[in-house]
Design a protein around this ligand. Sequence first.
Ligand code: FAD
Length: 441
Amino acid sequence: MGRVFERGTDGYEEARRATVWNARVPDRFPDLVVQASSVADVQAAIRYAKDHGMRVGVRSGGHSWAANHVRDGGLLLDVSRMDTVEIDRESMTATVGPGRHGHEMCAILGEQGLFFPAGHCQGVAVGGYLLQGGYGWNGRVFGPACESVAGIDVVTADGELVYADASHNAELYWSARGAGPGFFGVVTRFHVRVYPKPAVCGSSLYVYPIELMENVYRWAHAIGPHVDRRVEMQIVMAAAFPDLGIEGPAIVIASPVFADSEEEAREALSLLESCPVRDRALIAVPYAPAQLSDWYAAVTHAYPEAHRYATDNMWTSAPFDELLPGLRRISKTLPPAPSHFLWLNWGPSPKRQDMAYSMEDDIYLALYTVWSDAADDHRYAGWAETHMRAMAPQASGVQLADENLGRRPARFATDAAMQRLDRARAAYDPEGRFHPWMGRL
Ligand SMILES: Cc1cc2nc3c(=O)[nH]c(=O)nc-3n(C[C@H](O)[C@H](O)[C@H](O)COP(=O)(O)OP(=O)(O)OC[C@H]3O[C@@H](n4cnc5c(N)ncnc54)[C@H](O)[C@@H]3O)c2cc1C
């Protein structure tokens, strides 16, 4: 079943820690860590877990902020080595192993003039990303990336390898597109649709002083639904943006766009020129051409490796005046950069496919706290959660991408979807082999 590390033996702690990208590795200790390299390894590990009455946690890229896969007892199955990519240009499909990082997949596809709405940051593997929804490049056009999953290969709770799509094991397929860290099987391969690479990528960049917070967010709230769907309007507030030469708190609006021509890209971004305090912007670049690799580098800079992280989030479509007190509290308590507050303009969303992913709203708000010294945990670990608790009355639910369910259970799917997920779990994992979410409502 691949390399096995038993708790208390050499190599165990290294193997356990290696499964978590966040430097805040939790004090939770599985009995075994198994590094699988093949479907046969995965099947053997699941059969072993079954025979020994063990629960299973699965890890692909280890980017779960909460380290959802690391639980006390049971078996932690690391499938990061299963990372093949095969492209079929004719059918515009690809198969990809769960351990493959999204940015690598994009680069491989890009060589053939193809594209996939992979996540915004290097290192995020497709395994966890596609199961939870997947908010990636050009996501307002392609929808959550799980809508591009046409089928999956899954090792089920009894160690059987099955294929699931709309007409085979349909409930497993339905569940895999949205169950995220509560999925009850091991995905060993995703079959996805791929797309032509957009001819032009570019972005705009505006930086506003923090004093203009109310004007900027009120305007963003108002124009949100009218922003061209090819534009990802991302508004980031932080205590400083050293890369941009900004040493104090500020608001950065960086908005990638994908289009068929530069003229179209400029036109799509033009609404962002309409901010009523535009003349007070510290930096204003209405359009600049870019490469996906530049964006990856820029985004990844905000999430440095070997740092400690705490996150929390909410979906909302609350009126602006109801959000404002929460925004003010956040702006007055910003931890040092690169900690930040993200406002992502997402809706209004079109009707989605029928799948477990069923919770989204017009605006996504998320807090990412980043620090390096464990001695500062007491100062920073609660910032994101405290603000999201305070703003919960304005929230319709949370995203699983940045989930904090173990500490703050919240709604991440509709009630109907949760009931259907529970039925599917009871059918496919009757003995509860796979850990469920760390919290739910
Ligand atoms: C720096 C950073 C940037 C991010 N950027 C984005 C972004 O732009 N867009 C976005 O949508 N999300 C983003 N995320 C969130 C990320 O997509 C999720 O945390 C996702 O779960 C990570 O996938 P992973 O495979 O790397 O993580 P893992 O920690 O390996 O997986 C997360 C959970 O998914 C389940 N799982 C993983 N693999 C399998 C499998 N093969 N079979 C069954 N279950 C499995 C397990 O329950 C596991 O605990 C980001 C996270 C980080 C840390």
